[in-house]
Design a protein around this ligand. Sequence first.
Ligand code: GZL
Length: 328
Amino acid sequence: MKRRIGKYAVLMALCMLMSVVLAGCSGKKETPAEPEILLGFSQLGSESAWRIGNTRDIEEKAESYDISLMLENANQKQENQIAAIRRFIAYQVDVIAFSPIVEEGWDNVLLEAKNAGIPVILVDRDINTETEGLTTCLIGADFYKEGVMAGEYLIRKADSLELDHVKIVEITGTEDSTPMRQRQLGFMDTISADSRMEVIESINGDFLKSRGAECMRELLDKYGPDIDAVYSHNDEMTLGALPEIENAGYVPGSDMIIISIDGGQEAIDALKAGKINCVVECTPMLGKTLMETTLKLMAGGSVNKVIHPAETYFSDEMDLSAIPPRGY
Ligand code: GZL
């Protein structure tokens, strides 16, 4: 903030001078422009349509809320996010926001931000720490609930197909990330009481399309026709898996129940085509809430510790024609 006080003093003096001159001419009292708010945002990468949509939305909303945005893309590396946060501190931004790629390993750099007096907003994903007060709030989905919605759908689908046993393969997101941990926990907690359900293997696809394809090939080689259901933690991996299922001679959505999470346009199109049975929504449109929270913090206001967006699911149980364009 010190770095910018000098600049503000000059700016304010110029504004005062201008307003005096103009008032002298027009007789109207001008109020000086509000100093800009500088938000530093560390985005974890560009691994999926969800992430690209999230970045685009944050950039668009920063512009519409007139907040100056310093956005750095970490290309899926935690060390790049830590370095970006240190740059934001050195630049004395007003607020830091970031989407932590994994939950652990943030205490030191967040302590530096705290000591610099810069509030930190978590976007999309959470951190796991014993230290209180490192972050101000979390703006992001209830991933546990997404896992529950996926599990509840599978139970209803098993009922409607009158299945007495459901062998499930799970393709998980990035190891130790909040969505991976919570989507798995919510799903397992929901199906565990149903004796028909059996998870025969869980494999890490890192939220990537290419890894989703590799994982599905491996699972088909191992289990082939024994697979009754695929639970995939994001659309990208699902969209990588679908062609592998078809290449192996199976019909996704019929021979195997396919459940995915995110709700991007391509997955919704596959749902409408009957290749996916259920898509749980996870909105990337967090920019508006991030900007409003930033403005509130800068005005000295208080914010909720956790801010979850409203989310739903889409499935072959409903009229899919009414789903509006997804925007990501
Ligand atoms: C979820 C987000 C996940 C998406 C993936 O909020 O963190 O990361 O589900 C993305 O598509 O890679």
